[in-house]
Design a protein around this ligand. Sequence first.
Ligand code: PEP
Ligand code: MG
Length: 565
Amino acid sequence: MGKLRVEARGCTAPLIRSILPTEIEAEWQRFENALSRTETEITVLKQRVEELSGASEAAIFDAHLLFLRDRMIISRMRKEMPVRLQNIDSVYYAVVQNFMEAMRLVDDAYLRSRVADIGDVLQRVLKNLDTGGAKTRKNKPVSKDPCVLAAYDLAPSDTADLDSQNVLGFVTEAGSAISHTAILARSLGLPAVVAVPNLVMESRVGQPAILDGYNGVLILNPTQETCEHYKLLQAEKEKAYQALVDMKDLPAETRDGHRIHLACNVDFVHEYSAVKRSGADGVGLYRTEFFLLGGDGLPDEEAQYQHYRRLVEECAPQEVIFRTLDSGGDKLPFEVLEEKEDNPFLGWRGIRVSLSRPAIFKEQLRAILRASAHGKVGVMFPMVSGLTEVKDVQDILEECRRELRARGQAFDENMRVGIMIEVPSAAMMADVLARYVDFFSIGTNDLTQYTIAVDRVNYRVASMFRSTHPGVIRLIHKTIEAGIPTAICGEMGGDITLVPLLVGLGATELSVGTHLLPLIRFAIRHLNYEECREMAQLALQAEDSRTIRSLSKAVALRSYPNLFE
Ligand code: PEP
Ligand code: MG
């Protein structure tokens, strides 16, 4: 519960500043000056391109000039200014963003392709409005009062940075519940709601808001009564959660004595202490990319070793599984590519990046190996699609072991080596891959995305993202059937509705966000393993995702109804 702070898309999103009605005219004057400056810039650019490449190439700038003075945009701004009472930068930004969104949806491919041009003009005008030294999002101030952040979209790197900015929770117009932005919100323990239509257009800075992450709802201008209701709910939820946390020393074991290894997913250093506090059986997934790519430049082997060692020592005697760099997709890029990838999720991502940069990959592997001298460590590789990659990484890993032996540096010769199963081809080949590695960890977020061809960050298809699709469930079954220890480390493992299904399919480990761990422990302790197995057999015969979800939910509701209250 708090006041809204609104941010729009892209690195040039202007800061929003409230203005008085008497300041409106001065803002329009500022806008007019920025338009004139932009007009001059575009005209000069047009002449230059005309000289270099001819008139037809330069024609695009005529469209830019037309858009600059677009009557529809200006008249919308005229309506918005007296209502919003905000600096003209942010009003222009909101109106143009909204227009761009509408353009993205039109049937005409040519019009759709013009969105980027409009974005260009927008950036130019904002830059020219900003010449007085106003701050852009790149050097945003830390807001003093805690706020609920409303944004068009947040990159995972923006999300990672939120903690330091007094943000109580966030809501975005784009995104999906399975995007890394949403996953990071869970790691940070921040309430978040995503894919809210018209959010930026309809929200106002300073508006009182309640973010209900349980139900995916943003309430603007709540009544006194609604506020009271939510305050009570918040107190109740906190009390119930604390009661679950207090059970941290009880084993994650079903009523009929079947033990599940319950570990947590860690993304940030500040979560280290929470691992111990949660009573987890170790770290099942440490996403190294946020540490590796989050600062200025890649840390070298020594810096990585110190960092990994700290986590290993903090968690000892429990095991920490480091996943090697998984850049690309919707995560931080490893290198700024000259040409943007059209399909980044199918592109230069995960193990493909590491294998094509062996020197950097080896620095990370040696650092992980060296950390294994200080506690129990495992390593696993993301986005593996088949055996060739497994053999390649094994060879490189062996080379690193030889180098460390030659240097006389200690490491655990028996460090466990695993792979993530998140590409359907790897799941299909699980029986073969199982001969080469010690364990599997199923990344259900990507496995679902790649199996049913639904982009995990595209809000237009977010409702189609179903991890209980029979195709996905059969691949999980096939992977587990290969017979080596198999964890579930995707978001599915932290869904109390689906725990009975995953346990029944035979997953030996669940690795979930630290905040979810107490709930999942409670769920496991109230299940009957035999009942879960029978239900999972039915699920494997089911024809659609809804049936599978209902089967698991029925067991969950019977076993721990209070978690659903
Ligand atoms: C997954 O894909 O399920 C997974 C755990 O990895 P990430 O979410 O980091 O891609
Ligand atoms: Mg993944």
